[in-house]
Design a protein around this ligand. Structure first.
Ligand code: 4NP
Length: 152
């Protein structure tokens, strides 16, 4: 069984999407993975994902509404085989915390190492477009990651 952890800052916008997409693939394909997500901050501990992430996931047939935000903890270092960070700041924070095997999500699916933009601060007209774009980036990379890890 491979254990993977997706990480962003608040664990309410980006990493819950990665978590939900990965669980969807794993259950549909009956794969031997365990998945979770967490935040580098404690700011939203215990909260459900943000409304826009719940909505965009729902529009792709994925229910993330029952996830709850939690901060990374020292025990996670021994638990997870692979950690995927949404942006470079998250990756650096994870490494400073003591995690090994931290990868940038945007290094997969030919995204050429882009950061997944932080959608928490998207406003106005750009919200729907922004979350859809973030969803697509995340889903494409998660599919690539699961496919690659399944072959190992
Ligand atoms: P996330 O988005 O890291 O994708 O969950 C954020 C959520 C909350 C904050 C920043 C980013 N915040 O500053 O509270």
């Amino acid at each position: 069984m491979k254990k993977i952890l997706f990480v962003c800052l608040g664990n309410i916008c980006r990493s819950p999407l990665a978590h939900g997409v990965a669980e969807d693939i794993i259950s549909k394909e009956n794969l031997d993975f365990e998945v979770d997500s967490a935040g580098t901050s404690h700011w939203h501990n215990g909260e459900a994902p943000c409304e826009n992430s719940i909505k965009v996931a729902q529009s792709h047939g994925i229910d993330i509404s029952r996830q709850t935000s939690r901060q990374i903890q020292k025990e996670d270092i021994a638990t997870y085989d692979y950690v995927f960070a949404m942006d470079r700041q998250n990756k650096e924070d994870m490494e400073n915390f003591g995690f090994k095997n931290v990868y940038l999500l945007g290094d997969f699916a030919h995204l050429n190492g882009v950061n997944v933009p932080d959608p928490y601060f998207f406003t106005g007209q750009s919200v729907t477009f922004g979350f859809e774009k973030v969803y697509t980036m995340i889903a494409t990379c998660v599919e690539d990651i699961i496919r690659k890890l399944s072959k190992e």
